[in-house]
Ligand binder design. Structure first.
Ligand SMILES: [Zn+2]
Length: 141
């Protein structure tokens, strides 16, 4: 067990990422709690998603920045060495070919900070999610 020296909570693994204070309520708060050097990346991801999903509501859901429009469309999260994008398993499958070289798992994509973040591709994935997860639900508007 590891005890965080800042907040005193205990975790199974040493150095476990967590929020020492209150969990963030807004995406601004979320971004401001991350490592300074990755904040510009996170701000750009946020701008990218806002532009791709202009009618979506931004919120924190499952402790992650989330774009919501009738349902959760896409999430992102700052991990230690990569940006996590969580568009759902169907989207990951649909974009599999273009994600060659990225680590993916069911519903999640990892973009290492060391490499160029493909913001345009992230925008395309977000739009795909909106079409498939939102418009399908309301009967192909
Ligand atoms: Zn802590």
């Amino acid at each position: 067990m590891w005890k965080c020296p800042k907040c005193g909570r205990t975790f199974r693994s040493a150095g476990q990422q967590h929020y020492c204070g209150q969990p963030p309520v807004t995406i601004d708060e979320y971004i401001s709690e991350q490592e300074e050097e990755i904040q510009p990346i996170l701000r750009k991801v946020r701008e990218t998603l806002k532009a791709a999903l202009p009618e979506s509501i931004e919120k924190i859901s499952w402790s992650m920045p989330t774009y919501w429009q009738g349902r959760n469309i896409i999430h992102f999260a700052a991990q230690k060495a990569h940006l996590g994008i969580y568009p759902g398993a169907e989207a990951v499958a649909a974009f599999q070919e273009r994600l060659a070289g990225c680590k993916t798992s069911k519903g999640a994509i990892q973009f290492p900070y060391k490499k160029e973040i493909p913001y345009e591709l992230i925008a395309e994935i977000a739009k795909w999610c909106l079409q498939h997860y939102y418009y399908d639900d309301v009967g192909g508007e």
